[in-house]
Design a protein. Sequence first.
Lengths: 347, 43
Amino acid sequence: MSVGFRAVQWNRDKIVYDAILLAGVAGFIGIFLVVSFVNRPPKDRPDEIDRFIRAFGACAFVMLTVILCIGPLARLSPRFLPLLYNRRHFGVLTFIVAALHVWFMIEWYRAQGNLPNLLVELTTWGDYLKFVGFPFKVLGMAAFAILFVMAATSHDFWLMFMKPPAWKALHMALYVAYGLVVMHVALGIMQYDRSPLIPAMLFGGFGLVALLHLLAGMRDRRHDSGTVINPGWIAVGPPQSIPDKCARIVTAPDGERIAVFRDGDRIGALTNLCAHQNGPIGEGRIVDGCIACPWHGYQYRLEDGCAPPPFTEKLATYRVRIQRGVVEVDPAPLPPGTPAAITWGRG
Amino acid sequence: MTRKHRSIHRLIWPILAFAVGLGLTFALTLRAPPEPPAQERAT
């Protein structure tokens, strides 16, 4: 950790992540355009622009699908955690690709000299009562507006300004955006292009995202219901059942989770919510004497839940005791930064 | 994630999966049949 705090910190991992991302986007769009132009050369300028609309639209859809898979995949297996590290840049790049899709769409109207037709399409109110024939561009515009809000508030400034719970809740609107995008394609291009690739992409992409979220939700539900509660205290298990330098997560009666860590013979309990983005601290590890959040590496001391100097984040801690060889945790949180860890065997 | 976020997840995904799945199925089954080839149209 450096002494001087800066809101934006570039490091090698972020640069590599972004480079792979940019190369992937350029590769996808390049291959899409080459295959499209070789298979069926465009007959005029609007047809040429149409290929760009499709290329950027397909790319944005695939990117959204991947972004929405990262969260549940990381909850199902820690192997996918590196994808989560710089997911916000992924989101901002998706917005840029979607913006280019919109720009080419406007250009398509301009090339034919009938930009006013776009307004006519959007204001033919009778079409809003149809299912097939619904002004599908409105769905895309609504999704684009959500992507804009996501991208505009993605910076840590907004995270700190809004506080993590509200920021996280706002960014869940991305799920709605994804549903709108799927229907934008289904009621748009899928209605007049008979390529089987379009329904395959929609059913496959949305099906995968929904399945992963449902699986991750079911796994979490099992987790939440598996805690045995003694009068006033939650039984965690024998000290050895907590993997060294890792945690076991238990759920308090109010539904919030507590991460009980063991570092050799030291045992301590903290809230499972990282102060940065409410990431799952309990899925992290103790590295160099500090608990590291698996999402972005924010560190906290086991003793008192405080970030090491010069950082100032603090997590709520919980009282811990060992009764008849079983670690127990008091579900009432202590004020953030309160020392509460114990030494195994010495209580 | 907080308990509220988990609750939102558990509420939103089944609804979204059902609504979009239904919408996609209708969009696929109700779309207009493909135009007949030029020779068929001529006859």
